[in-house]
Structures are given as C-alpha cells and as structure tokens.
Write a protein that binds this ligand. Structure first.
Ligand SMILES: NC(=O)c1ccc[n+]([C@@H]2O[C@H](COP(=O)([O-])OP(=O)(O)OC[C@H]3O[C@@H](n4cnc5c(N)ncnc54)[C@H](OP(=O)(O)O)[C@@H]3O)[C@@H](O)[C@H]2O)c1
Length: 390
C-alpha cells in the first residue's frame, strides 16, 4: 500500500483577469512573426490598447498597422519610442538588437517588455535591467511561459511541497525550422541555444535556483550556429537538471520536475498552455490539471497582463520574473556557450553595445570608474532596411 498522498485536485491558477489590470497603450517595435502573434493575442483576449508600431521602414510599419486594424505607423524605432501616446514598448526585434531596442525605449521613458532572451548574454541583460531601474521604468523579459495559468499551477505545486525534495529537472526543446529562418543565420545571433535553450534553462533555474556547475556538449550547423546543445546543470544541494535544445530535430519538448514524493510532468510543448500532471513517486496515483485554454501563442497576452498588473502596482519588475532570475539564467547560458566555443559571428557594427568590460565590472560601469555610462550605438540595420533581409 502506498504511503504517498496526493491532493485530490491540483490548485486553480491565480492569474489576473483582463479586467483587473490597468489598460496600457502599447507600442510594438518590430513587425515580424512574434509581433503579429502578440498583437493578435492582446486584441483577442484583453482590453489592452495596441496603439502604434515602429519599424525600420515606413512601408513595413504601414502594412503591419493596417493588418492590425489601424495603428499609428512609425517608420523608425526612434519615432515609436517618442510617441507620447505610448506607455509601454514591446520589443519584438531579433536578439542582437534587444539591447539597443530596449535602451532606446528606456531612454525615452517608456516601460519595456522585451522578447526572450533579454540580451545576448548576462552583461547585456544586466545593462537593460539596470538602465530601466535607473530610469524608473518597468522592465520584464517576455518569458511568456512563466505567466501562463499552467505555470501558476506548477508554482503552487512547488510551493506546496507535495513533490517532496525536488532533485531533478529534465526538459528538452526541439523544433523544425525552414532553412531561411533567422535561427540558422549567424548574423542574426542564430542558434538553438538563445531561442530554444533559454526555455529549458529558465525552467531549471526557476525550479532549482541558479546553476552552480555547468557541463555542455553540442553541435554546430553548416551555417555556423549552434545546432544542438546538451546541458547538465548542478544546482544548490546537488540537485540536477538534464536539458537539451535543438533546431536539427523535432523532439518531445516536454518537461519533468521530480521530487522524492512525486513527479510533475508538463507534456510537450511544455512552454505553451497545456496540462500539468502530478504522479506519486511509487506510481500509486496521479492527478491532472487540464488547461481550459490550450491556445498556443494565443496565450501570449498573459505576459501583457502581468506587465499591466505590475505597472498598476507601481513595480519596476515582476516578482514572478525579476532581473536576478534572468541573470541566473543568462549566466548558465553564457557558460554553456563558452564550453561549446560559441563565438559571436555578428558584425561588430551590428552589435548594439560592446563595452570593454573588465572582470568584476558591469556593462553600465565598464571601466569601474563610476563615470562610464553605457552608450547605444545604433546598428547600421536600424538606419535603413537591408534589401537582402525581409
Ligand atoms: N515568445 C515566443 O514564443 C517567441 C517566438 C518567436 C520569437 N520570439 C522572440 O522574438 C524575437 C523576434 O523573433 P521573430 O521570430 O519574430 O523574428 P522576425 O520574424 O525576424 O521579426 C523580427 C523583426 O524585428 C525587426 N528588426 C529590427 N532590427 C532588425 C535586424 N537587424 N534584422 C532583422 N530584423 C530586424 C524587423 O522588423 P522591421 O523590418 O519592421 O524593422 C523584423 O520583422 C526574438 O528575440 C525571438 O527570440 C519569441
């Protein structure tokens, strides 16, 4: 007979309702894949106002604005962030321009929600968080999984102790991409690690805390980006996570958080809306929370509600995903990248900021003299849209 007791039901999620948060006026920076889905999600499921879009070209801004039902269309990122009727900027540009995009918005006094990963590395992520905190504006990485009802169920299960001593996280993220996708392009900071790997490392550091040791093995694509990365992380008290990201193959993309008393599983894709299953360690019983809204990227709006909730409460960061958690995740990813020998293939002129950072110094104070403010060099691609990339 089993000695392990499971609850009869898993806790109900506590996410804010669309009506319970202030209505913000959103400006969208970038007109690509995720920008379209974010806007559609807000328009379908919230009362948030999407009022403007900014692009490197007026034509792209106009087309996006029309598709979204009539937004103000700005033909430059600078014009978007200067729009006095925008409260918060959603940064939906590729990773390598997150820093420049976010700092542009912060400098203009706008709150920011920045797509994942917050920056290319821990230095960039810290630069963004610190700049926003210094400017007194809200900043959050759009790691949307953490704001889903599904993850609030997981959060409560972890807090309840029903899993016992949590020792193990196992997660993978493998998706198929067409050869033309930016993820295969070294000049766009491509690779599995920053696009997909960040989901599994975020999950592991969220559940088990910062990594104390990292072991990584991987493979590079013919195009010269990280194709797959196998990652073994050690956390406090020697808890372990076994993680994998790949753009070469389609893998289950599921996640397991296991404790001595019970095992929680998130059937794939674990980072989207979906069910939560908790099974007793001896296999004697199981309880499932069934997601009533399995709508994929239609659920992006939960991140926007978290932003509105926090801003309404006068917060500069979300307690559900603070800067220190992003730092812990980026630090693990940086170490994986170092072990895999991943060096940036970006044209230096395409990097927004590369301050010469001395050991122990931060990007905001690269020389350690307290007088070296970060400088945003606007990448060439921001000035005119390259004809080779759509
Ligand atoms: N949460 C999620 O599920 C999810 C899913 C996919 C992607 N993302 C994240 O969202 C970000 C954007 O990804 P995406 O797939 O939407 O990319 P995308 O389709 O290539 O769109 C990116 C947009 O950024 C703008 N941009 C600004 N500077 C650029 C530059 N130097 N090169 C190319 N485009 C530039 C472009 O708009 P203009 O031409 O109008 O300037 C472009 O349409 C990435 O950081 C990614 O990690 C998140």
């Amino acid at each position: 007979m089993s000695t392990l007791a499971l609850p009869s039901a898993l806790p109900a999620p506590r996410r804010p309702s669309p009506e319970s948060v202030p209505v913000l006026r959103w400006g969208i920076l970038g007109t690509g894949w995720i920008a379209s889905r974010f806007v559609a999600s807000l328009q379908a499921s919230t009362t948030q106002q999407v009022v403007a879009v900014g692009s490197r070209s007026q034509a792209s801004a106009d087309a996006f604005a029309q598709r979204a039902g009539g937004l103000r269309a700005h033909g430059s990122p600078a014009a978007l962030v200067a729009d006095p009727e925008v409260d918060v900027v959603y940064v939906a540009t590729p990773h390598h321009v997150h820093l420049a995009s976010a700092l542009l918005a912060v400098d203009a006094g706008k709150h920011v929600l920045v797509e994942k990963p917050l920056g290319l590395d821990a230095i960039e992520a810290e630069a963004i968080s610190t700049a926003a905190a210094t400017a007194g504006v809200f900043c959050m990485e759009a790691m949307w999984s953490l704001f889903l009802p599904r993850f609030d169920v997981v959060r409560q299960v972890l807090e309840s102790g029903v899993l016992g001593d949590v020792r193990t996280v196992i997660a993978d993220h493998g998706e198929h991409f067409d050869p033309a996708h930016r993820i295969l392009d070294p000049a766009m900071a491509g690779g599995s690690l920053l696009d997909l790997g960040t989901y599994v490392t975020t999950l592991a550091t969220w559940a088990l805390g910062p990594a104390t040791r990292v072991l990584a093995s991987g493979e590079t694509t013919a195009s010269g980006v990280n194709g797959q990365a196998a990652m073994l992380l050690t956390h406090a008290d020697d808890a372990t996570s076994v993680l994998h990201s790949t753009l070469l193959t389609r893998t289950p993309t599921s996640a397991t958080i296991a404790g001595t008393e019970a095992t929680l599983t998130l059937p794939g894709p674990f980072f989207m809306p979906g069910d939560v299953v908790v099974t007793a360690a001896d296999g004697s019983g199981s309880v499932t929370w069934t997601d009533p809204e399995p709508i994929g990227h239609g659920a992006l709006y939960h991140s926007a509600l978290e932003v509105a909730r926090c801003i309404g409460d006068g917060l500069l960061e979300s307690p559900l995903h603070p800067a220190k958690s992003v730092q812990a995740n980026m630090a693990a990813l940086d170490e994986v990248a170092r072990q895999l020998g991943l060096t940036s293939a970006l044209d230096p002129s395409e990097r927004a900021v590369r301050p010469a950072v001395r050991p122990g110094r931060t990007a905001l104070d690269p020389l350690g003299d307290g007088q070296s403010p970060i400088r945003v060099q606007v990448p060439q691609s921001w000035l005119s849209k390259p004809t080779t990339h759509e």
